[in-house]
Design a protein around this ligand. Structure first.
Ligand code: ADP
Length: 209
C-alpha cells in the first residue's frame, strides 16, 4: 500500500503545532523540523562547532549550549549572516529529517507528516511530499493569538507576521487548508475530515499511481 507523505505548514501562531498534535493523536507519524533544528545544534554536534567557527564563541552560553537569542539578534535584519547560518543548518536539518522519514517509511507508517514552519520559504522537502496542508487563521485572530502566546506588543507581533510569506499566499499554494480561526472543536472537525479522506483512500488504494 502506498504511503502518504504530507508537508504541514502555517504562519506564526496560526495553529500549526495544534493541528500537528491532532494529526499525531489520530495516528500519523510526525517529523518536526523545529525538533530537528534543535538536534543538529545540540552540544557536541558538528552543527554547533561550525556555527561557533562562523560566528565566534560568543554565541555559546556558559553551559555550552547555543545562545539562540543572541544568534537571533545577530542575523535579524542581516541577510548575509542569515544566509551563512542557513547554509550550515539547512543541509543538516534536511539530512536528519530524511533519516527519520526513511525510518517511518520502513516501519510502514501510512501517513507521515513533515511539520515544517518554513516549508514554502526554504523549499525543503517540497519535491518529496505528496501534498501540503496549510493551517490558516484570519489576520486579526493571528495577531491576537501571537500577542497572547508570546507576550508581545502589537507592533512587535505585526513585525514578526510581516517577516513571513503571507499566510494567504501559503494557503493558495496548498492542497489542503485547515481554517483555525474558530474554536478548537471546529478545527478538530476539519482535521478529522481530512484524516478520514486519507484513511478511505489508503484502504481502497485509490491513491495508488
Ligand atoms: P503555531 O504552531 O502555528 O505557531 P500554535 O499551535 O502554537 O501556533 O497556536 C498559537 C496560539 O494560539 C497558542 O497559544 C494556541 O494555544 C492558541 N490556539 C491555537 N488554536 C486555537 C483555537 N482554535 N482557539 C483558541 N486558541 C488557539
Amino acid at each position: 500500500m502506498r504511503q502518504r507523505i504530507v508537508g504541514l505548514t502555517g504562519g506564526i501562531a496560526s495553529g500549526k503545532s495544534t493541528v500537528s498534535r491532532m494529526l499525531g493523536e489520530l495516528g500519523s507519524v510526525i517529523i518536526d523540523a523545529d525538533v530537528a533544528a534543535r538536534h543538529v545544534v545540540a552540544p557536541g554536534s558538528d552543527g554547533l562547532a561550525r556555527i561557533v567557527e562562523e560566528f565566534g564563541k560568543d554565541v555559546l552560553l556558559a553551559d555550552g549550549t547555543l545562545n539562540r537569542k543572541l544568534l537571533g539578534r545577530i542575523i535579524f535584519g542581516d541577510h548575509e549572516a542569515r544566509r551563512r547560518l542557513d547554509s550550515i543548518t539547512h543541509p543538516l536539518i534536511y539530512r536528519h529529517m530524511a533519516q527519520e522519514l526513511d525510518r517511518a517509511i520502513k516501519a510502514g507508517a501510512s501517513v507521515i507528516i513533515l511539520d515544517i514552519p518554513l516549508l514554502f520559504e526554504t523549499g525543503l522537502f517540497l519535491d518529496t511530499i505528496d501534498e501540503s496542508v496549510v493551517v490558516y487563521v484570519r489576520p486579526e485572530v493571528q495577531l491576537e493569538r501571537l500577542m497572547a502566546r508570546d507576550g508581545l506588543r502589537e507592533e512587535e507581533a505585526r513585525q514578526r507576521i510581516r517577516a513571513q510569506l503571507p499566510l494567504e499566499e501559503k494557503a493558495r499554494r496548498a492542497e489542503h487548508v485547515i481554517d483555525n480561526s474558530g474554536s478548537l472543536e471546529e478545527t478538530r472537525r476539519q482535521v478529522v475530515r481530512l484524516w478520514q479522506k486519507w484513511s478511505a483512500e489508503h484502504e481502497t488504494g485509490l491513491d495508488r499511481p
